[in-house]
Design a protein around this ligand. Structure first.
Ligand code: CA
Length: 222
């Protein structure tokens, strides 16, 4: 997941960049509006974190321009301006969320993740990872271009991995997502399903599998 962080305060920028990098996001950090414009024109991002008080221009201008020119990356505004009318203005201009400074990193992370979930629910209907291709609309999975038959649960499990590439999914998270189990289910069952899924994808042991076992925690597609 690639995030553009637009923040001129070195302390805040470093803090956010480091925190996001630690949870495997790749972060491009720019300090001015001009640099942000360049970065966004150059490449697509999964989300933008936007400070409003920038040295060369108002973050709200940037946001308005982006939306006008059709950039639809989700945007979280991060700002010391906490007045209700500022928030409303930001949201009206097309921001997806607004987090007043000072903020806790955990809260920022939770909001980034929820934004990305919403984004992927909205947009992504096809995934590709290594030799695996998955199409949610036609409900097909290809490995090395060969179709693979998956049960509904296996399909949902693979989709969950695909939507969370590089992120460790705990057994509890998987249970909640795939089995909608809000109780302490047999986590053994998850291991059985993961093994079955791996086998169907043509991966027979943990080493060669892209679905890695994270000992004592869960699994990760990486
Ligand atoms: Ca600032």
């Amino acid at each position: 997941m690639k995030i553009l962080l637009i923040e001129d305060e070195p302390k805040v920028g470093r803090f956010v960049q480091k925190g996001l990098a630690e949870v495997s996001y790749s972060v491009v950090w720019v300090r001015t509006g001009a640099a942000a414009r360049d970065a966004l024109c150059e490449t697509a991002f999964d989300a933008l974190i936007l400070d409003l008080g920038l040295p060369d221009e108002d973050g709200l201008n940037l946001l308005a321009d982006w939306r006008r020119s059709g950039f639809n990356e989700p945007v979280i505004i991060l700002s010391a301006r906490d007045a209700v009318h500022d928030r409303i203005k930001g949201l009206n201009l097309g921001a997806d969320d607004y987090l007043p400074k000072p903020f806790s990193f955990e809260e920022l992370l939770a909001r980034v993740r929820s934004l990305m979930r919403r984004q992927s629910d909205r947009k992504l209907t096809a995934f590709e990872y290594g030799n695996i291709k998955m199409d949610l609309l036609s409900r097909t999975v290809l490995v090395d271009e060969q179709p693979v038959e998956l049960t509904n649960r296996e399909f949902a499990l693979l989709e969950h991995f695909m939507q969370n590439t590089g992120r460790v999914l705990t057994r509890t998270q998987i249970a909640e997502k795939i089995w909608e189990a809000h109780f302490d289910m047999e986590t053994n069952l998850i291991d059985v399903y993961v093994r079955r899924l791996r086998k169907k994808l043509g991966m027979f042991d943990d080493k060669e599998s892209v679905i890695k076992t994270i000992r004592g925690v869960g699994y990760k597609l990486a």
